[in-house]
Design a protein around this ligand. Structure first.
Ligand SMILES: Nc1ncnc2c1ncn2[C@@H]1O[C@H](COP(=O)(O)OP(=O)(O)O)[C@@H](O)[C@H]1O
Ligand SMILES: [Mg+2]
Length: 236
């Protein structure tokens, strides 16, 4: 069934026939505070323990903040590089991501987040080439539409796939909210893991769902999760 990379959570590995399929792009989606960053760091630190290189690319949180989160969970970050990128425009940023993935010798990566990155989609590619090349004008006058975002997300996932690095692509999805570009991303990725938190009475219930995982028979359903001293754990 192909090689698997451990998720960093033993019972999640079991559910996924050993872990995320090697070379796949997995979308980790959820609201703010549901544990996306933690799940990403667990994946990288699991690799780091086995001397596998990992790279965490952050667009919003500083590298120091991401490292601090890893530290609160005592995660092994020796072989993990945390990089903060300021996304100025989409094309340049995905070029940089692609060269980081290709030159870092990483086997695992986390990109935080596709949502932030897609805010920087500014213009369709045909406008940057050929006779209609008026960058300044198009940047100020052109309002990007859903189609541009979909093309951009397609380039992003294609570049990641080409690199062969197993990647968790974080997506900030609000409950109920859904945009066409986000729906497109769901078709482009190899797997989807959703994190949720629900307030029930006084309790905060956290859950993890596997919504899609190529090459993997998954008995879908929701798993109860909790934050333990080393990160997210599955509650039996
Ligand atoms: N040591 C901890 N114990 C319990 N919960 C924690 C701990 N550290 C962080 N959390 C919880 O984790 C959440 C943030 O996790 P994070 O992975 O940064 O989420 P996201 O990236 O989805 O915003 C917070 O809402 C907080 O409740
Ligand atoms: Mg986060």
């Amino acid at each position: 069934m192909g090689k698997r990379l451990s998720t960093g959570i033993r019972s999640l590995d079991k559910l996924l026939s050993g872990g995320y399929p090697e070379g796949s792009v997995i979308e980790i989606c959820g609201d703010s505070g549901t544990g996306k960053t933690t799940l990403g760091l667990q994946f990288l630190s699991q690799g780091s323990e086995k001397k596998e290189k990992g790279v965490y690319i952050s667009f919003e949180q500083s590298a120091a903040d991401v490292q601090a989160t890893a530290k609160t969970f005592n995660m092994d970050m020796k072989n993990v590089e945390v990089i903060q990128l300021a996304p100025d425009n989409f094309e340049d940023t995905i070029e940089r991501i692609s060269s980081l993935l290709n030159r870092s010798k990483a086997t695992r990566a986390v990109i935080d987040s596709a949502t932030t990155l897609s805010l920087y989609v500014t213009k369709p590619e045909w406008m940057t080439r050929g006779a209609l090349r008026t960058p300044k004008l198009t940047r100020t006058l052109y309002v990007p539409g859903e189609g541009d975002e979909r093309r951009a997300l397609y380039s992003l996932t294609s570049l990641i796939k080409q690199s062969g690095v197993t990647t968790l692509l974080i997506s900030e999805r609000r409950e109920g909210g859904s945009r066409t570009a986000e729906e497109t991303l769901r078709f482009l990725v190899d797997g989807i893991v959703t994190l949720r938190s629900m307030v029930l009475g006084e309790a905060l219930n956290r859950a993890l769902e596997v919504n899609k995982m190529r090459f993997t028979p998954v008995k879908t359903g929701s798993l109860s999760i909790d934050f333990g001293k080393n990160g997210i754990t599955i509650v039996k």
